[in-house]
Every structure is written in structure tokens, then in C-alpha cells.
Design a protein around this ligand. Structure first.
Ligand code: UDP
Length: 403
């Protein structure tokens, strides 16, 4: 991979020699040299995150000439890892790869060997500590019970008291699944901190991301395959971009002004509303601020992910990065996550897929369809709360449609 941390030079076109057949007066057919300009790249890929990198890898394999640019001064988007004290710090939040799709698992394993990390977060509610996701360990601690039948009886009783039969929002969905105690202690505060909205105003699919099970199993995911790439995520993207021209620290909108004819096609993985200059209004996103500290101890919290589920604690979770890779370093690095509404100048992390925003996105999507030579994709381009496996699947599906 060639990374150039400066803006493109002036020369974006290549001069191609071509010969026109001309029949001169003599009746003799001669070849006359003509110069014309062709675009320098087949694809300009905006964003060096996972979607852009998969696109660049596959298109380069097909013989297409790609240029990848990124506004940030590094590749790998939000899966970027930074080495601190020999620990791979997930700079833009914890990423645990998980999928049930063997094709996607095999695909990502081309670029890295994965360890056997299983995500099992712990939730802290005031001075109480619970296992996540919601499982028999959680219920046993919550109610002092032992069997699934006892847990089901309590949840059923609490569910009946709410009177909910068809959940219409996240609050109703959570009460329906786990009853009032689980909702009040483990869901309400965390969710309202993370999304900055009342649970009654959020879509129920968000809480359905989490398993809810009546066995003693703290695995946060139900997927068949799970792990962290040994060496972190940055080398995965580096491998995908091997042999591809990459320019970091380059803003697409500036570049487009300077060099409008750089490539035949554009793959845009940034915010779709920004691409259209917010002409239909701004979509909402959530951003995250990280307070990262190096601590002079080898094990701070005994787990990679600890969620703080009560409203009073201002952060949502604390990540201790070394535990993703079973690190044995003498020091440790932790990150506290603070959620906030996105505004210009911040990094967007999560689309807010409620009805209002989905409707607006649909209008942008229609505009996008009319942009003949631009493909939109990734979490921001598709405005979807994608996990990494779904990003790869979406990129591969889109590639199949390209000639
Ligand atoms: N959630 C919760 N309590 C927790 C963890 C998660 O209520 O301790 C809810 C919350 O609404 C969150 C959703 O579950 O937005 C999905 O959580 P996930 O861990 O998948 O979020 P991500 O890792 O993508 O930030």
C-alpha cells in the first residue's frame, strides 16, 4: 500500500496515445496520432474503513485502478487500532468480530488469524454487578433464583403487570422480554445515555440485538464465529489495501473541487446527507468521546467490557483493551465512553434509525439512485446500524452487481 498524506497533485488525467485511421487524398490508409485524456482511476473510494477496503481489494483484484482517500490521517476507519504500551487500543470503540455466515468468516480470515475471545460484558448498576447478556447468571443474581422455570415465572409476572402484548418501542420491547427489574436496572439508564433519547422514542430492534436466554451462558453474541484479529484490526485493512494507492488526510469535497474528473466511478462511504450538502435536512447520528488512560497496573477491571447502566454515571462503559487479546503487559489502557449527539466536526458513530430519520434517509437514497456514477455504502452511506460482518456482506453483494 502506498500512503500519501497530502492532497492530490494537479495531474489527474493520463494522456493516452491513440491512432485514428485516416484515408488521405492518395487513397492510402495512414495512422494519425491523436492525444486524448482518460480518467486516471476507475474508482475513487472515499473512506478507508472496512467497506472501502473490501471494495478496493476486490476491484483491484479484478484489474481496476483504485484510489482510496480518507479524511483522517490513518486507514481502517472506526476499526483503527493504535499501539499503546504494546496493547492494541481500539481507538474508536470496542470492535468484536462475530458472524454466523461462514462465507464472511472465511473471507475475513484471509486477512488475519483470529483469537478465541468471547465477549462477556459485566454490567454495574450502582453497587450491584451482573453478567450480560440477559441470561440465567443475570436472573440468578437479580432474584436469588436457580432455575429457568423460576426466572420465567418472575418475568412472566412482571410482563403481565405491564399489560404489553405487542411492543411498539424499545421500552415496551425490553419490558416484554425481561420484565421491569431488568429494564430499570440494566437497560433504561444505559440506553438513554447511549442514545440521548427516551426508550419510548427508540425503535425496538436496538434491544433485540442482545440475546435473551434461559441458560447459564454469558456469551454476548449468538453467532457461530467470534474473535479478535491477532495484531488488531489495522493490519487487516492494511492487507486489504496492499498494492492500492491510498491518500490519507484528504477531504473528498475539497478534492472534488480541485479535480472533478479523477475517476470514472466513486464509492462513497461517508455520511450520505453530507454528500448532498444536507439539501433535504440533516440526518441524526450519535457520536462517542473516549477518555483513554494508561494505568500503572496490570489488570484494572478484570474484563474487557464493563457497562455502567445507571443514569448517574456519565459514561456508558469502560473498555480495558488488553483483555481482548489476553494481554500480559505490565500496564493497562482503559477508555471511558461518553455518548453525545453528533454535530459538525465530530465523528459520527451510530445512525439513529428511528422512523423520522429512516424517512429522511429514504429521500436521500432516492437522490443517490440518480447519481449515476456514485455508489453509497457502509454504516454512514447506507445509514444502517451495521456490524462488521454485515458491512463486508453488503460490500460483496454490491460488488456482484458491478460489471
Ligand atoms: N444495552 C443495554 N444495556 C447494556 C448494553 C446494551 O440496555 O448494558 C442496549 C442499548 O440500548 C444498546 C443496545 O442494547 O444501544 C445494543 O447494545 P450493543 O452492545 O449491541 O451496542 P454497541 O456495542 O453497538 O454500542
Amino acid at each position: 500500500m502506498v500512503i500519501i498524506t497530502k492532497k492530490c497533485g494537479a495531474e489527474e488525467m493520463q494522456r493516452k496515445k491513440c491512432y485514428d485511421k485516416k484515408t488521405e487524398n492518395t487513397g492510402k490508409c495512414v495512422l494519425k496520432e491523436r492525444n486524448y485524456f482518460m480518467k486516471k482511476y476507475d474508482y475513487l473510494i472515499v473512506g478507508a474503513g472496512l467497506y472501502g477496503a473490501v471494495m478496493a481489494y476486490e476491484l483491484t483484484k479484478k484489474g481496476k485502478k483504485c484510489l482510496v482517500i480518507d479524511r483522517r490521517d490513518h486507514i481502517a476507519g472506526n476499526i483503527y487500532c493504535e499501539d499503546v504500551e504494546g496493547i492494541h487500543v481500539h481507538k474508536y470503540g470496542a470492535h468484536i468480530f462475530h458472524t454466523s455466515d461462514k462465507k464472511i468468516w472465511d473471507y475475513i480470515n484471509q486477512f488475519a488469524e483470529f483469537n478465541n475471545y468471547i465477549n462477556s460484558p459485566v454490567a454495574v448498576y450502582k453497587d450491584e454487578l451482573y453478567n450480560l447478556p440477559f441470561n440465567m447468571n443475570t436472573f440468578s443474581k437479580m432474584w436469588g433464583i436457580k432455575t429457568p422455570a423460576e426466572a420465567k415465572e418472575i418475568i412472566e409476572k412482571q410482563r403481565k403487570e405491564t399489560g404489553i402484548t405487542e411492543p411498539k418501542n424499545l421500552e415496551e420491547q425490553a419490558l416484554f422480554l425481561g420484565g421491569r427489574d431488568i429494564y430499570e436496572k440494566l437497560i433504561k439508564g444505559y440506553t438513554e445515555k447511549q442514545w440521548g433519547r427516551k426508550c419510548t422514542e427508540l425503535p425496538s430492534f436496538i434491544i433485540k440485538r442482545l440475546p435473551f436466554r434461559f441458560i447459564y451462558d454469558n456469551n454476548y453474541f449468538n453467532d457461530r464465529y467470534q474473535g479478535i484479529p491477532i495484531g488488531g484490526y489495522t493490519p487487516v485493512v492494511e492487507k486489504m489495501l496492499d498494492g492500492v494507492e491510498v491518500r490519507t488526510g484528504v477531504d473528498f469535497f475539497e478534492l472534488r473541487k480541485e479535480e472533478p474528473d479523477l475517476a470514472d466511478k466513486i464509492i462513497f462511504t461517508g455520511m450520505i446527507d453530507e454528500y448532498f450538502d444536507y439539501c433535504l435536512g440533516a440526518l441524526e447520528y450519535r457520536s462517542v468521546r473516549f477518555e483513554t488512560e494508561v494505568l500503572d497496573c496490570d489488570n484494572y477491571q478484570g474484563n474487557a467490557v464493563v457497562n455502567y447502566t445507571d443514569r448517574e454515571v456519565p459514561y456508558t462503559r469502560v473498555i480495558e483493551h488488553k483483555h481482548f487479546e489476553f494481554g500480559k503487559q505490565p500496564k493497562t489502557v482503559i477508555s471511558r465512553e461518553y455518548s453525545s449527539e453528533w454535530s459538525v466536526g465530530m465523528e459520527p458513530y451510530y445512525p439513529v434509525n428511528d422512523e423520522k430519520n429512516n424517512r429522511l434517509f429514504e429521500q436521500y437514497r432516492k437522490l443517490a439512485e440518480k447519481e449515476g456514477n456514485v455508489i453509497f455504502g457502509g454504516r454512514l452511506g447506507d445509514y444502517k446500524y451495521y456490524d462488521m460482518d454485515k458491512v463486508i456482506a453488503a460490500a460483496l453483494a454490491r460488488l456482484e452487481q458491478l460489471s
